[in-house]
Ligand binder design. Structure first.
Ligand code: F6P
Ligand code: MG
Length: 453
């Protein structure tokens, strides 16, 4: 067995496609090539657009990008070694060092390759190579190949977006008169709406429509039993004590949201952030997005601004009003959008303090950090084959810049912090409970508190 396979100091091995038949294996064998093929098709379909914009140069760039992507698809499908990046983007060196580190772990006999290396690493690497293929081919370097899908998924969720905006407007219009209990009930609902918004990602569906079609509010009661860990009470009490502390110290409460997908999920996150600010539970919300197109549907700065613009431009009165409110939150600095290259690197978050100390220090300024989605969860717990009853705090392996909470629907076979027997019971009824995105967690950790661990 290689070093990377072994349980070192109680840390279990990384999930990997080398386990034939595992979800990681099926993802690398089937889903990633499907996503790559769609990327190639999208670029090809836009050939005329590139020609119109850039003439012959656009056509050449399209051809060469497709050539690079087809080559990568072949490398993936034939389990070739992972190769260094050749663009000179800011993070390329870091990626190449990461490769060297993994090569050392593998030893001299075997190369780091698509099926033999940690799944988290190769999956992230594929998206970075897509970026490289485009980047190396100006004038289409900045083309977001996932933009069409993200835009479409926003429009396909329109009804649900209107419903949630109307709901928010109703809550906000009476917010001053609400008792603490009523405020908690609204908070709890909107936290769950944001949680279930994470069902709508386009990576698990390999780009197929996965938008929100039903009312996000009406379905909450029936979805409740599917929340396997629900720490919403602790999240609430964290906010309340931050508020009390801020009042006595004359400071502010800051909540950070590490975003996941554009489309309906982003709207649910903005709605939650709006409520946090309108209710006075938070004075500032920092959103963290991706600096390059990522995992098909993840939010970039462009997606973030576009979504707010679209909300403002809606014919639906409530939606438009709320869109304007969001714009003024941004203008007033109550909301801010941030990106950092670390979010689009393959590292487990326990590496953040050493590898991105500026980002770690920044998150330490938050009173609460909400991590949206499956990929963030995988990175929080290192995408390892943990026993399901291991505590969340243990699986975080020292990561804890601030009190944090993962809002995640399960789409990868890693889950910690369950009760003894809970996983076994789920497996006996539904063997794919960890990957079917039917189940979810609201899982909290704080290094300060009396731990649940
Ligand atoms: O596990 C399936 C998967 O597509 C992973 O590739 C990735 O971790 C995840 O789902 C993406 O989901 P999310 O958008 O929730 O991070
Ligand atoms: Mg995503």
């Amino acid at each position: 067995m290689m070093a990377a396979d072994q349980t070192v100091h109680g840390v279990p091995p990384s999930l990997s496609a080398k386990v034939v038949g595992s979800f990681a294996y099926l993802t690398v064998r089937d889903r990633l090539p499907t996503i790559l093929t769609k990327v190639i098709d999208t670029i090809h379909r836009n050939k005329n657009k590139f020609f119109e914009e850039y003439g012959e140069e656009g056509i050449q760039a399209e051809k060469q990008t497709i050539g690079l992507l087809s080559k990568m698809r072949n490398e993936l499908q034939t389990d070739k070694p992972v190769i260094p990046l050749t663009d000179s983007l800011q993070d390329a060196e870091c990626w190449n060092q990461y490769l060297q580190k993994h090569q050392k772990l593998h030893g001299d006999q075997e190369s780091v390759s698509w099926f033999k290396s940690p799944w988290l690493y190769v999956e992230c690497y594929m998206y970075r190579r897509i970026h490289e293929a485009l980047w190396l081919n100006p004038p289409i370097s900045d083309y977001d190949v996932f933009n069409e899908g993200k835009t479409q998924s926003f429009f396909e969720s329109q009804q649900a977006v209107m419903t949630i905006c109307t709901h928010l407007e109703g809550v906000n219009s009476n917010i001053e008169n609400l008792s603490k209990n009523q405020l908690f009930e609204h908070f709890d609902k909107l936290l769950q709406v944001s949680l279930w918004g994470n069902k709508c990602d386009l990576s698990i569906s390999a780009g197929q429509d996965n938008s929100q079609k039903t009312s996000p509010i009406d379905s909450l009661v029936s979805l409740q039993p599917l929340i396997l860990v629900n720490d919403s009470n602790t999240v609430w009490s964290t906010l309340i004590s931050a508020q009390t502390h801020a009042r006595s110290e004359k400071t502010t409460v800051r909540v950070d949201i590490v975003l996941d997908n554009a489309g309906f999920e982003l709207v649910t996150d903005l709605v939650l952030a709006d409520f946090l600010v309108s209710s006075g539970l938070a004075h500032e919300v920092h959103f963290h997005g991706k600096s390059i197109p990522w995992f098909v549907s993840d939010v970039t700065a462009h997606d973030f601004q576009w979504t707010i613009q679209q909300t403002m431009a809606s014919n639906h009165k409530c939606m438009s009003k709320i869109g304007y409110q969001w714009k003024s939150h941004l203008k007033d600095g109550v909301w801010s959008y941030h990106d950092h290259p670390f979010w689009t690197q393959p590292h487990e978050f326990c590496d953040m303090a050493a590898d991105a100390p500026d980002l770690y220090a920044n998150l330490q300024g938050a009173d609460l950090v909400l991590f949206k989605g499956d990929l963030n969860y995988r990175k929080l717990v290192g995408d390892r084959d943990w026993d399901h009853t291991v505590g969340f705090g243990t699986a975080l392996q020292g990561f804890g810049p601030a009190p944090l909470c993962s809002l995640r629907t399960l789409k990868a076979n890693v889950q910690v912090g369950l009760q003894p027997g809970q996983a076994e019971k789920l497996t006996s009824h539904e063997p794919d409970w960890m990957t079917c995105s039917k189940y979810a967690v609201i899982q909290f950790y704080s290094s300060k508190a009396e731990q649940k661990d």
